[in-house]
Write a protein of this length. Structure first.
Ligand SMILES: NC(=O)c1ccc[n+]([C@@H]2O[C@H](COP(=O)([O-])OP(=O)(O)OC[C@H]3O[C@@H](n4cnc5c(N)ncnc54)[C@H](O)[C@@H]3O)[C@@H](O)[C@H]2O)c1
Ligand SMILES: [Zn+2]
Length: 668
């Protein structure tokens, strides 16, 4: 291949990766490999300036605009950052700067590099007016409504702010929130998200801002841009932004020379794992804005800033074997057993392999030497195989075809990543898992009974499903390992007490696939009792607010099953709550009887659920979409434009939150 073709191929390949990464939020190579290829291209282009192309990925910001949002041009361009991987790179950078500025003394602002999705937010007269993604740097997606749902983004500023400016920051998902989201997904049998960055970036592009509001996103700010700004350095800029009400991390430091920059880098290279969010490096910025202006920009990044990337914590180790775990919903998860190795402060023995596709994509084989990385995931993951160390007689991994626990043939539904064991009622880990879920805190909250005891009860033939729990006696339990009179009595008592648990938690406890806590609440509220839910048709179910076809089908399948019907009858005979107990609200009135409301947007004094409850408590109905039957629309902070248009067209009065409260307090 000649040089020109090599360059062309690299450009095409990198463009495809950019698309996967920025548009689909689904990278197909590691960042490390991506950066290596980009560097390779840069080197070739430097050596062969005759093949220069302003559209090369080395010359352009990698992101892209999507078609799902309004495209708007940035008033001030958004740039990327130059990368450095060593302190020598920074020394060279300072020398380049001093060639431009002369031998002036330089101060640097050092900041952490937050790993999320960049955002530019425009404020006018102290009010948030617009938020754009970086897009291709010239124009971005308008995601104002989604950004407004993030609690740390001020809608109104305080203090002495300029009349008009843009502020730049990063939308991130802190580890705790990310893990909670994943825990919720795992609980209902869904595949967890792969890392916080992609999840944050994907969240920005959701169409329904009410969905975005549920995600624990945060916005960390690092740069103010505009005309006539009231500060003359980056460090002062950060401080001003803090005073106007923005969340600007306090870790930023002013360094008086490169040595102090290195100290900052060294400190955070070891302490970054204690931060509540992910950072992949440090950003070093020439502090004086006058100097920044003098230095200017390349096609892709400012000359006055440099990202220093931490070496991602990677180790190589041997893959000894692959285990296949069966979850409570029957989903199969392959797990790699590794030769124990030290990584990011812990000893790693296992790594997630996700699913069959992942194994095939990376061509992971037993006895391979693999690279393991610890990112924002709960357990580390394998990112590549060291092919040079592959043993000669190595064989392609054959994914299992039968359940390792019950030997049933596995199935894989179209469009799903995981294989399933369909032996719902005979596969031990599924049975045990279902009972463990049933007794868990958010479900039936059974005190005196833990996950291990459930397994013990099952293995001793005492329970086969959660209805069996209610027939356990102290005499039956006592002979079990480590079981004393007192604990046996507590167990039986705990089980009996669970008869008080309200219907919505019972519905969650049943463990219907895709029916998590929130969905269970919705269904309980809508149908009021289990018989109404059991008789609901597919059509009927999907009409319930926020219930999609996938959930609806799963509910129907659950109730069609004879075994489930029998178990439910037994639970009913034991006195489990199968209908909602209406709370009597002393503030309830009849003032909204016969009126249908549609609620849209985000509110400051109510959560959406509280607002809906208030309407219902006062006799009104809450509709899911605007139609001729709607009497009022209650509009929060960022009602969707389509809804607004529809309401106006149909001449339906739109109430602000304040209007609604006024109406509520009006005498009848
Ligand atoms: N794996 C893949 O397929 C793939 C594809 C494309 C890009 N990538 C990865 O994405 C990265 C390149 O993306 P990029 O062009 O957005 O550059 P970048 O993420 O390396 O740096 C620029 C961005 O850093 C952010 N940032 C965070 N903290 C900041 C701070 N304190 N000050 C200023 N900016 C801050 C800003 O949003 C800015 O846009 C590389 O790490 C690359 O490996 C990977
Ligand atoms: Zn099985």
């Amino acid at each position: 291949m000649n040089i020109q073709d090599t360059i062309q191929n690299l450009r095409e390949e990198l463009n495809q990766h950019n698309y996967n990464y920025y548009v689909l939020d689904n990278a197909s190579i590691s960042d490390y490999d991506f950066d290596k290829k980009l560097k390779e291209l840069q080197d070739l282009e430097d050596k062969h300036p005759e093949f220069f192309d302003e559209n090369s990925p080395t010359q352009r910001v990698g992101g892209a605009i999507t078609k799902n949002f309004k495209t708007i041009a940035h008033e001030y361009r958004m740039y990327s950052l130059d990368n450095s991987y060593s302190k020598e790179d920074l020394v060279d950078w300072e020398a380049r700067i001093q060639r431009v500025l002369g031998n002036v003394a330089l101060q640097y602002t050092c900041e952490l590099k937050y790993d999320g999705a960049s955002i530019s937010i425009k404020y006018e007269n102290g009010k948030l007016v617009q938020a754009l993604t970086r897009g291709d740097g010239f124009q971005g997606d308008e995601v104002t409504n989604n950004i407004k749902t993030i609690k740390s983004v001020p809608l109104k500023l305080k203090g002495n702010f300029p009349e008009k400016f843009d502020i730049r920051g990063e939308i991130i998902l802190p580890f705790a929130g990310f893990e909670k989201m994943n825990q919720d997904l795992i609980e209902i049998g869904e595949t967890p998200y792969s890392n916080p960055r992609n999840t944050a970036s994907g969240s920005l592009k959701l169409q329904d801002s009410a969905e975005v509001a549920k995600r624990p996103l945060e916005c960390l700010l690092y740069f103010v841009t505009g005309n006539n700004l009231p500060f003359s350095s980056q460090f002062e800029g950060l401080d001003s932004a803090r005073k106007w009400g923005f969340k600007v991390p306090q870790e930023a430091k002013l360094a008086n020379n490169l040595q102090e920059v290195f100290d900052f880098i060294d400190y955070w290279d070891t302490h970054r794992h204690q931060l509540p969010y992910e950072t992949d490096g440090v950003v070093v910025k020439v502090d004086s804005i006058r100097h920044q202006e003098e230095l200017g920009y390349t096609a892709k990044s400012p000359r006055w800033a440099m990202a220093y990337k931490f070496k991602s914590e990677q180790v190589s180790t041997k893959l000894n074997s692959i285990n296949y775990q069966v979850g409570r919903t029957g989903a199969i998860t392959p797990v790699a057993n590794l030769a124990p190795v030290q990584l990011a402060g812990t000893i790693v023995k296992r790594a997630s392999l996700h699913n069959a596709d992942q194994i095939e994509k990376l061509d992971i084989r037993i006895h391979d030497t693999v690279f393991v990385e610890k990112g924002g995931e709960i357990i580390p993951k394998i990112i590549a195989v060291d092919l040079e160390k592959r043993p000669e007689n190595s064989e392609v991994t054959k994914y299992i075809t039968h359940c390792p626990e019950c030997e049933t043939e596995l199935v894989r539904n179209e469009g799903e990543a995981n294989h399933y064991c369909p032996n719902f009622y005979g596969c031990p880990p599924q049975i045990i898992g279902r009972i463990q879920h049933y007794i868990s805190r958010k479900a039936m909250d059974i005190e005196g009974l833990g996950g291990e005891t459930v397994a013990l009860l099952f293995n001793n033939g005492l329970v086969h499903n959660y209805a069996d729990l209610y027939e356990l006696t102290v005499e039956q339990i006592l002979p079990l390992e480590r079981m004393a009179q007192k604990s046996a009595e507590n167990l039986v008592k705990g089980v009996q007490n669970s008869k008080e648990i309200p219907f919505e938690s019972v519905l969650f406890a049943l463990g219907i696939r895709f029916v998590g806590e929130t969905v269970a609440k919705k269904l309980a509220k809508h149908y009021k009792n289990i018989d109404a839910l059991r008789q609901a048709s597919l059509m009927d179910l999907v009409l319930v607010d926020e219930i999609g076809e996938r959930i609806a089908k799963s509910v129907i399948e659950f109730f069609e099953n004879d075994e489930n019907q029998r178990i439910i009858e037994r639970l009913r005979n034991h006195g489990i709550q199968f209908e909602i107990v209406e709370k009597i609200n002393p503030n309830a009135t009849e003032k909204f009887v016969g009126k249908t409301f549609v609620v849209s947007g985000v509110f400051s004094q109510f959560s959406r659920d509280e607002l809906k409850n208030t309407i219902e408590d006062n006799g009104g109905k809450v509709g899911s979409s605007i139609s001729a039957k709607t009497d009022f629309v209650v509009a929060g902070d960022n009602m969707g434009p389509a809804k607004l248009e529809k309401a106006t067209k149909l001449n339906i009065p739109i109430l602000s939150e304040d209007d609604f409260i006024k109406k509520l307090n009006e005498s009848e």
